[in-house]
Design a protein around this ligand. Structure first.
Ligand code: CS2
Length: 487
């Protein structure tokens, strides 16, 4: 176990927090304490806490789900004083290890709802951040609005003072602040969405309006929702990986974490009530994040799902296996060169060619052991976020749709859960209903087009695209992925 005591005596090569833990006060409340948050936001805040005058920016984590796994995670955090180790590994295999202290407390909301509400109304908390996944904002794919029909949302609207969703908690916290004459906080999304701040605004204001329009106006006028681009590959840690990480570090960490050495965070500098000195610890503070977001989402994430869907069909477990397959690598390179880069604008200081090279090198990092199943999960949300703009551009420009058609075909075939080696796997689609699964599993190739993942371009002329998808699905099924690859 890592504890405050063991911090005094860490194994060689493991850096300890450079500040005194007992000086740290909570200034950020974070919902969704997953691995990505720990390797990204907590990593940057950790660096800031080491600077003078930054002790007020400690983080309190909140978990919203109950159940055995959530309970175990909370217990592990508690027994380690919320300390955990991070191993940053480069594609060359070189590693850097440190213990992160930025997370100062962890609360399981279903067990202690009042503790969460008290913090949300405490003026010391100036930022509420979140990593709740692309699909977590409860936006209806068809209408583009916050989904008020959702059962949990309905329950929170009926009992606004005893919420269970993030929307209910945050809005109740803001209500209490307004009533007490305190300032609103910044709502900072760290999810991989285009204009994640705008999406968060739509979600939280959508909830607030349904609860109390006056409160919604106050939130709109006083809270801020900066958009941000976040980037760091942070894989799931299996028990075997955890054991390896501990063996290599010499620690006995219940919650070890590994990430690539690359990291990037670009945030619009719109904070309601102050922020850590992010600009001093490598975060890029900008006026407008649009071009950075497009670069990352349309290049890195879009290629990632191409590799994951294709890899799953071919029977590869990990992303580095997918990118090391020369045909899949060629697919990604051609996709980026032909279909994406020509319609992308480079953000200030970024070179798209170099970015492409770095993305491919990052994918080949074997230490990530990044699962195709994880990257290919929630395709329903990811396809919309990562591919839609590219597909719209190609359709509007009457350009080659071969690669995107292949991508859609691979996604739909992947949903059947069978690989070419005769094996099977369980695709992960958290937002699928029984109805959606029925569509996805239908033998009728046309049926798949009704999936919400494809909504983004159904208003454009898409007949040729559909025909190509059907043709490629047939080829994948009869002759395999390699025969269908448009390279
Ligand atoms: C991945 C991301 O889940 C995904 O689709 O592409 O988790 C990816 O690892 C991160 O966006 C990297 O920053």
């Amino acid at each position: 176990m890592i504890t405050r005591e063991t911090l005094q005596n860490l194994p060689e090569g493991v850096a300890a927090p450079s500040y005194d833990l007992k000086d740290i006060k909570p200034g950020i409340l974070h919902f969704g304490v997953g691995n990505f948050f720990r390797a990204h936001e907590a990593y940057y805040v950790e660096k800031a806490l080491g600077l003078p005058g930054q002790h007020q920016w400690g983080i309190v984590g909140v978990g919203l789900t109950s159940g055995e796994r959530s309970k175990k995670k909370a217990d592990d955090f508690t027994s380690q004083n919320c300390l955990f180790s991070l191993t940053e590994t480069a594609p060359s295999g070189e590693s850097k290890r440190s213990v992160i202290g930025a997370l100062r407390d962890y609360i399981l909301a279903p067990e202690k709802p009042d503790a969460v509400l008290n913090l949300l109304s405490d003026p010391g908390i100036k930022i509420v951040s979140m990593t709740i996944t692309e699909g977590g904002y409860n936006i209806n794919e068809h209408t583009g609005d916050f989904d008020l029909e959702n059962d949990a949302v309905q329950r929170d609207l009926a009992n606004p003072e005893t919420p269970s969703t993030i929307f209910g908690y945050v809005v109740e916290g803001l209500r209490r602040r307004r009533d007490a004459g305190n300032r609103a906080f910044t709502i900072m999304s760290c999810d991989n969405l285009r204009h994640n701040g705008n999406v968060a605004r739509k979600a939280f204001l959508g909830f607030a309006r349904a609860r109390d329009p006056e409160l919604a106006s106050w939130i709109e006028a006083n809270a801020t929702f900066p958009n941000a681009m976040v980037d760091r590959i942070t894989p799931t840690v299996s028990p075997a990986i955890a054991e390896r990480l501990n063996r290599e570090s010499g620690l006995d960490d219940l919650l070890p974490l590994v990430a690539e050495d690359f990291t990037q965070w670009v945030i619009e500098d719109k904070f309601a009530d102050g922020r850590p000195a992010f600009e001093k610890v490598g975060v890029q503070m900008v006026e407008d994040v649009t071009d950075y977001e497009f670069m990352k989402i349309r290049m890195l994430n879009a290629s990632h799902i191409f590799l994951a869907f294709s890899g799953l069909l071919l029977g590869y477990d990990h992303i580095d296996e997918s990118i090391n397959d020369p045909d899949l690598r060629k697919l990604v390179e051609t996709y980026l060169d032909t279909d994406v880069i020509p319609t992308l604008k480079a953000a200030p200081g970024e070179d798209l060619e170099k970015y492409k090279e770095s993305v491919i090198s990052r994918f080949s990092n074997p230490a990530m052991a990044d699962q195709n199943l994880r990257i290919g999960s929630d395709g329903q949300s990811k396809v919309q976020v990562f591919w839609t703009v590219t597909i719209q551009n190609l359709l509007k420009g009457k350009l080659s749709i071969d690669r995107v058609a292949y991508g859609m075909a691979a996604y739909l075939e992947m949903l059947r859960g069978k690989n070419e080696k005769g094996g099977s796997f369980e695709p992960i689609e958290p937002t699928f209903t029984e109805e959606t699964w029925k569509i996805a599993r239908s033998d009728d190739f046309e049926a798949g087009f009704a999936l919400p993942a494809f909504d983004g371009w159904r208003k454009l002329s898409h007949e040729a695209l559909d025909a190509k998808v059907i043709e490629l699905r047939q080829i994948i099924r009869e002759k395999g992925v390699k025969a269908a690859l448009p390279i």
